[in-house]
Write a protein that binds this ligand. Structure first.
Ligand code: MTE
Ligand code: HPA
Ligand code: MOS
Length: 750
């Protein structure tokens, strides 16, 4: 089945926040933000801006009736700065005017005096100065200290992976309108409608029930709207509370780039020890996470880095530590993979370094150390239904790795200017919010009296096609055509207290709730149909909008049963609640079983370098991916392709750059390069791994949103491999992204 939005998207008919018809009298908001990365606000002169014709009011923290606080995990982030600013782009005030153009003009008229304080832009510097978001976290398995003594080879090294801009096509934005009795309705482009509702209520000093948040769909989120869609909605709501007029605020691309956080850059140091038989015996790593100026989701992201620090390998002795370092950058935030990719890059670097020292192929060490059934992760979970070796071997066989490698060797022997490189990248990614209490969802299903169906869940559609999956589950369970089912907007009055659409778990959590609700409804209708046909209910089933008796078609159809249910006053509505069983985690011990299951896969990446220019092309990525038993292979392959290309972008082209004053230099699409059709792989081949799936996944169809991003890490090592072919003296460096400049330097270093 196709994504149900595709028709509307290509015709430009799908609605996003900026497309909603505005009410009469709508006003337009715009944040005034700090031009300095750190300092004391000495004076802000709003007088000229206030006097501009068409400016209605300029809001500051003084206008807040509740708390000036939007921090989710840690209350360390004001909505509007009071006396001190901590990053360029930090909101200080909110201009509300009759038009966007007037608001913009007004913003240019505001002058500010800031007494500057020292600016920290790197995690290392923050650590040296003792600037942390919270206490460090550490996972331990076995005993690394003793184990290193018994290792044949012990190697140390360091890595850096840079941030990444989400670059959702739809920028952040919201539209807030006053309702009666001080209630406010907000349409927001958020992954977390409940966090918007909760934070608005807190800042406005009113109850959550007075705030309704509605989400139609997002033009992409990628984690960037899990926490950071909230401030704009809160600003608009503060203005609505005061002015009692609708307020719209859509960020311009440049404002969005400057003011929002990105993937966390990580600086890491590792020590890895292996035995003569190439088994990794011990691994120690210290991650320095560049968290930015406030916590945002950093502590949860840091935690997931630890969960994925050993990627797809079993290592008996592990000590991992992460420090969330406070810097003067916009608070960094969730981004596809949620800290996992940063952790996996380091172990892949460590293995590459070991292989280099021993003068052997990296993949030999990778293969020897792949996880087996019943191996223990550093966080105590026992690996079950492990498919990593299966995916690895399938990749080698199905894509004929030997042949690929001999072709590459032949190419490299017969070319001087161009060199090819290859890598294998295994992935193992845990599915569930690492914070166990967040793993719940609800679905509200109405069968209308004409037999059509409306479904509300907590899931937010952001291009990943979760709505299509929900619709498939309902139409399949109820035995009706997909055209009879409609997915409603995600709305806090219909489905409350939701977790954000994140952690790749949305289809599992909300899908299981939809399934449960539909099963309950079909049970009721089965009773009605059995009475109508005067047969036992065990004989009744629903298929193709028809009642079947012991598998034989009857004359009774779906509409008639629904009509009769109405007459008999049987409820045609069901609200189901699902929570993931089994999972738990004890933070005091850092042990438990946090994941419902893991997703596995292996990617083979082949690149060609132009050794004169340092440029490169990804020739092919060949993937064996564990979809479980995919419920929609077209959509799921789309997620693998999108995730892969986004991961390659992070590892190769996309270079976030701040200067020492904390100013974003890569502040436009002319200076920040995401993969386009020319830099995406020339071919992507995806073969589903044949497995039985897991009952923990919806219809045994495994979560697919984030794991494929980490295949992109393979591109880094394929490029490295190719450089080595040109310049055997090249010293391995682990400094992502591997931009053409860095490649060129590597090609010619002595
Ligand atoms: N795919 C598209 N097209 N757009 C997105 O914003 N977000 C990714 C992934 N795939 C995203 C996407 C992220 S970060 C996550 S966590 C998952 O989708 C969330 O959706 P799911 O839980 O339904 O997989
Ligand atoms: N993944 C993604 N988003 C989250 C998580 C997680 O594990 N925890 C909280 N938000
Ligand atoms: Mo995804 S980073 O969990 O929104």
């Amino acid at each position: 089945m196709k994504n149900i939005d595709s028709f509307g998207h290509v015709r430009g008919e799908s609605l996003f926040v900026d497309d909603i018809n505005t009410n009469h009298g709508t006003l337009y908001g715009l944040a005034f933000d700090s031009p300095k990365a750190h300092g004391i606000i000495k004076n802000v002169d709003y007088s000229k801006a206030k006097n501009l014709n068409g400016v209605i009011k300029i809001f500051t923290y003084k206008d807040i009736l509740g708390e000036n606080q939007i921090g989710g995990i840690i209350p360390d982030e004001p909505l509007w700065a009071e006396n001190e600013v901590h990053f360029i782009g930090q909101p200080i005030a909110f201009i509300v005017a009759e038009s966007e153009a007037i608001a913009k003009k007004a913003r240019a008229l505001i002058t500010i005096k800031i007494e500057e304080k020292p600016v920290i832009t790197t995690a290392k510097e923050a650590k040296e100065k003792g600037e942390f978001i919270n206490a460090p976290r550490s996972f331990k398995l076995g005993d690394t200290t003793t184990s290193f003594k018994n290792c044949e080879y012990v190697i140390e090294g360091e890595t850096f992976s840079n941030g990444q801009e989400h670059l959702y096509l739809e920028t952040q934005g919201c539209y807030a309108i006053p309702m009666e009795n001080g209630n406010i309705k907000i349409t927001s482009s958020t992954q977390g409608p409940t966090s918007v509702q909760k934070t608005v209520a807190k800042v406005l000093g009113i109850a959550m029930h007075k705030i309704e948040v509605d989400v139609i769909r997002l033009g992409g989120g990628f984690g960037g709207k899990e926490d950071q869609a909230t401030p704009w909605a809160v600003m608009a709501a503060v203005a609505v509370q005061y002015l009692k007029k609708p307020v719209k605020y859509i960020l311009s691309r440049q404002d969005d780039l400057r003011m929002t956080g990105k993937r966390h850059p990580y600086e890491s140091t590792f020590k890895i020890g292996i035995s003569k038989d190439l088994k990794i015996q011990a691994y120690e790593v210290e991650f320095l996470q560049n968290s930015g100026a406030a916590a945002d989701l950093s502590p949860a992201i840091a935690e997931r880095t630890l969960f994925h620090a050993t990627n797809s390998y079993f290592i008996p002795n592990v000590t991992t530590t992460v420090h969330s370092c406070r810097t003067n950058l916009p608070p960094n935030t969730a981004f596809r993979g949620f800290g996992g990719p940063q952790g996996m890059f380091v172990i892949e670097a460590a293995i590459a370094q070991v292989a280099e020292k021993l003068g052997i192929d990296k993949k030999i060490i990778q293969e020897v150390n792949l996880l087996h059934e019943n191996d223990e992760f550093s966080y105590g979970q026992i690996a079950t239904q492990v498919e990593i070796k299966n995916s690895w071997t399938s990749a080698k066989n199905k894509f004929n790795l030997d042949k690929l490698e001999s072709e590459i060797t032949h190419f490299n022997n017969s070319n001087t200017q161009f060199k090819k490189g290859i890598s294998l990248m295994p992935i193992t990614f845990g599915i569930s919010f690492t914070n166990t209490p967040m793993n719940h969802a609800r679905a509200l299903v109405h069968i209308y009296q004409d037999g059509s169906v409306g479904i509300s869940t907590g899931a937010v559609e952001m291009g990943q096609s979760v709505n299509t999956k929900m619709l498939q589950i309902a139409s399949q369970t109820l035995g009706i055509a997909s055209s009879k089912v409609k997915l409603e907007t995600t709305n806090t009055t219909r489905v409350a207290n939701t977790s954000p659409t994140a952690a790749s778990a949305t289809a599992d959590l909300n899908g299981k709730a939809v399934l449960q609700a539909c099963n309950t409804l079909i049970e009721r209708l089965t009773n009605v149909a059995a009475t109508m046909l005067s047969i036992d209910k065990s004989a009744v089933s629903f298929k193709n909008e028809t009642v079947f008796i012991n598998g034989e078609k009857s004359n009774l159809n779906w509409e008639k049963v629904v009509e009769q249910a109405m007459l008999e006053r049987v409820s045609l509505t069901e609200n189901a609640h699902y929570t993931t069983p089994i999972i738990h985690f004890d933070k005091t011990k850092e042990k438990g079983h946090p994941f419902a299951y893991h997703v596995y896969g292996t990617a083979i990446t082949i690149v060609t370098l132009d050794c004169l220019r340092g440029t490169y092309e990804t020739d092919a990525v060949k993937i064996i991916h564990d979809f479980g038993n995919s419920m929609n292979i077209g959509i799921d392959k789309g997620q693998v392709e999108g995730g892969l290309v986004q991961g390659i972008g992070w590892m190769t082209l996309e270079e976030i750059s701040y200067n020492n004053e904390g100013k974003l230099l890569s502040n436009a699409l002319s200076t920040y390069k995401v993969p386009d059709v020319f830099s995406a792989p020339k071919s992507i081949e995806i073969i589903p791994l044949e497995t039985t799936g897991t009952k923990m996944a919806i219809l045994k169809s495994k979560a697919v949103g984030e794991p494929p991003l980490m295949y992109g890490i393979g591109a880094y090592f394929a490029i490295q491999n190719a450089i080595k072919k040109f310049n055997p003296n090249y010293n391995l460096k682990f400094n992502a992204p591997f931009t053409p400049e860095k490649v060129l330097i590597g090609l010619y270093e002595k």
